[in-house]
Design a binder for this molecule. Sequence first.
Ligand SMILES: Nc1ncnc2c1ncn2[C@@H]1O[C@H](COP(=O)(O)OP(=O)(O)OP(=O)(O)O)[C@@H](O)[C@H]1O
Ligand SMILES: [Mg+2]
Length: 376
Amino acid sequence: MDNPFVFNGYRGKEYFFDREKETILLLQHALSGVNVTLIAQRRMGKTGLIFRLFDELKTTSSTITPIYVDIFATRDIAELNHTLASAILAAFPESSSIGHRFISMLKGFRPLVGIDPLTGTPQLQFTYQNPSEKEQTLEGLLLFLEKQDKPVLLAIDEFQQIRDYKEDNIEALLRTYIQRLHNVRFIFCGSKKHMMADIFSNPQRPFFASTQFVGLNAIPTENYAHYIRKSFSDHDRQIDDEVVDFILQWTRRHTYYTQRVCHDLFALNLPHVAMADATQCCSRLLTLNEPYFLQYKQLLTSGQWNLLIALAKEQEVEQPYAHAFLSRYNLGSTSVARRQLQTLIDKDLVFQETTKERSYYAVADLFLLRWLAREY
Ligand SMILES: Nc1ncnc2c1ncn2[C@@H]1O[C@H](COP(=O)(O)OP(=O)(O)OP(=O)(O)O)[C@@H](O)[C@H]1O
Ligand SMILES: [Mg+2]
């Protein structure tokens, strides 16, 4: 039987729930030509939301062509060009007239266009004589989109990756090119809040104040509870209310983790899901991930590891340098803790969440958090 709870990838809007407000907001921005910065914690549902929006763009009478590009694996402008050109090719098949024009245009940049023998899709390989050709190619790709009859929405996922590029003028370059475009609108998506905020809200950076920020919080408890209960009952399964409450509390409504627990619980095929089934399911997920968690331990000093354990036990820590916290877990001096915390943040093991009311630090991976709290 088809499992209603998806935890990897986007499988269509039947499997994607809530986020109506965010979808409409993004739709309005796309229609009115506003560039957006979409920032949220890892695994909260950013990429899924982008594809949900794309579905909406395809089903409404909008004339916008959506293109998705994930630049996580790119390290420089050459790789960005390659990834972007491949995404454009994927959006406009070679057989279409636009795809045909795109291939002709690319020939001006002297790429080798081959055919993947397995999939039959075109493969690109650019050759460059010098760095300025790389920049011209990037500009050329964006200008190609600009010249299309229909407006284009280009969603660039993992955008903070440009901070690691070999070339340090990438922000200025992109900003200059983008400023000239009227027919292309953007969603810049990322999870590294500090970097994204620095790119888009630091007055000294090229992208300063050039986009509208959209955030993504956890799905409200009532909505999530209703969705879980309904997904089970639609398949003639029963799940106790207290079990649903437990799942939402244990996973802290962090989308990926909630979906994962529900998926595994559903897969047990039980006509009636009771509390013991849920707690066993959670416990098994932690054990399953144990090898990864032990690897993290290898990568950290014992001080950093102890700080991670302390953060996991507290779940949320507003003042990690306060004497009470440091002494409760024997974490040493403020200056040592400061360095350790920075390392944990740099390694993406800990994140800082800032809301209107308060700011706190927490272990980023919910399963790691629960495992540390259980084991230590
Ligand atoms: N609204 C939703 N309804 C159902 N499932 C969702 C929803 N949002 C996210 N998910 C599920 O959670 C998983 C994680 O979401 P997604 O990959 O979109 O998060 P992300 O914020 O892009 O994460 P990362 O920062 O790691 O890229 C997805 O595979 C999807 O199956
Ligand atoms: Mg993502």
